[in-house]
Ligand binder design. Structure first.
Ligand SMILES: *[C@@H]1O[C@H](CO)[C@@H](O)[C@H](O)[C@H]1NC(C)=O
Ligand SMILES: *[C@@H]1O[C@H](CO)[C@@H](O)[C@H](O)[C@H]1NC(C)=O
Length: 388
């Protein structure tokens, strides 16, 4: 019996050696090696194996997105870095001096400025933006659709609130476009369609060669002094991306200064296209603010989470629970329970956990401070939102 045992054991070993020694493909070899390994395991190990695997699969289902984001540095390298231009500003320094500090020349007359946005429902952000840019903008161009990027029907919110924007009326070019309501389509297609319609509206607004065109989302607000500098100086690249300070939920949560999607273009007919992706390599430092998910009411958070181009991030319906959303805002954590989108482990780990609170309301859009009482929810110390 002992002979038999040692015989069979010997035999197994032999088979394994045989298999492992074969000159098969690498994959085949690896597979056979695993098979040999398994053969040597006992019953307890199998039990462990068959409980662990389903658990791992369940864990991957719950946290798969987190895992892929955490491992992002392994599968994605960062994009080519921008060339960042230092940005100088002080209220008491003359425009001649400021242009010269940037290595630019001073113009005799300022350029005309067009500010163009695709509007969804961000009435407060639009007011703060337009008040900020008002002294320097020639035409405010705004397009809205009765469809969100994700194909949900939405009211024409700007049209319904137009009387609140009387201060821009003489300089306003407003347009609306019917949604295509294609079910199950990638939201980026509807977004691209609306951006093309916006290109046409910008031409209708009377833009001419060499006018400045601001391309940014409503919540990406260039500071007034930045636009004033660019309209008075000459000598910077035809496409300049704007480095904005990123905030989340309100100006109480300062995230980083990595927002770069907003840009300013010297308009070239037939060439300039309204876009929200990278169109150049030069970034002007500290040029304004980007306040994401900065809403007054919880219902607006719910709407945005559904309407948003990344709506696949709403993986569980409890993410839309108003009580949860309120808790997330006051804790400064993530609405979608995601890992920070960064390219190095150091940055990912550095950003894990809640965003620290800021107590600064210095260097913010002027209208926000002038009307601080009406925009309390955007300022430090006021994380509780209106429920309706
Ligand atoms: C600002 O400029 C004015 C005159 O242009 C000057 O009198 C004043 O001292 C300056 N203030 C500062 C803080 O530099
Ligand atoms: C959206 O707007 C278009 C054009 O104005 C209109 O034909 C369509 O009926 C509207 N759809 C909805 C759902 O409001």
């Amino acid at each position: 019996m002992s002979d038999g045992y040692s015989y069979s054991s010997k035999k197994t070993d032999d088979i394994c050696e045989d298999v492992c020694a074969q000159d098969g493909s690498r994959a085949a070899k690896a597979l056979s090696r695993v098979r040999c390994l398994l053969r040597g395991l006992d019953f307890k190990t199998y039990i462990l194996f068959f409980t662990l695997v389903p658990l791992l699969i369940f864990g991957a289902y719950l946290h798969g997105q987190k895992l892929t984001y955490f491992l992002r540095p392994l599968w994605q390298s960062p994009p080519k870095p921008f060339h960042t231009l230092p940005h100088y500003h002080h209220v008491n320094v003359s425009m001649q001096t400021l242009c010269a500090l940037h290595g630019w020349t001073h113009r005799d007359t300022p350029r005309r400025v067009f500010d163009a946005v695709l509007f969804s429902n961000e009435v407060d952000m639009l007011t703060i933006r337009w008040k900020e840019l008002h002294p320097y903008v020639t035409q405010f161009v705004i397009l809205e659709s009765n469809s969100t990027f994700t194909g949900l029907a939405k009211p024409l919110v700007f049209a319904a609130n137009r009387e609140n924007f009387n201060f821009v009326e003489p300089r306003l070019t407003y347009g609306n476009v019917g949604g295509r309501f294609k079910r199950g389509e990638n939201p980026f297609v509807e977004e691209a369609y609306q951006r093309i319609a916006l290109d046409q509206l910008i031409r209708l607004a009377g833009i001419q060669e060499d006018d400045l065109l601001i391309m940014s989302d409503v919540d990406e607000i260039p500071s007034a002094h930045t636009i004033n500098l660019l309209r008075w100086c000459d000598g910077y690249p035809p496409v300049l991306h704007l480095q904005l300070k990123n905030y989340l939920y309100s100006f109480e949560y300062y995230v980083d200064s990595k927002s770069w999607r907003g840009s300013v273009h010297r308009y070239k007919p037939g060439k300039t296209r309204y876009a929200h992706f990278r169109q150049g390599d030069v970034l002007l430092a500290d040029s304004g603010w980007h306040c994401s998910f900065c809403f007054r009411r919880i219902s607006e958070f719910v709407f945005k989470m559904k309407a948003y181009s990344h709506n696949d991030r709403v993986r569980f319906s409890h993410y839309l629970n108003p009580k949860r959303i309120q808790d997330v805002i006051c804790r400064g954590t993530d609405l979608f329970d995601m890992i920070p989108e960064e390219y190095t482990f150091r940055e990912i780990i550095g950003k894990l956990g809640p965003i620290p609170r800021s107590y600064s309301a210095v260097h913010l859009p002027s209208h926000l401070i002038e009307k601080a009482e009406s925009y309390k929810y955007l300022l430090p110390g006021n994380c509780v939102r209106e429920s309706g």
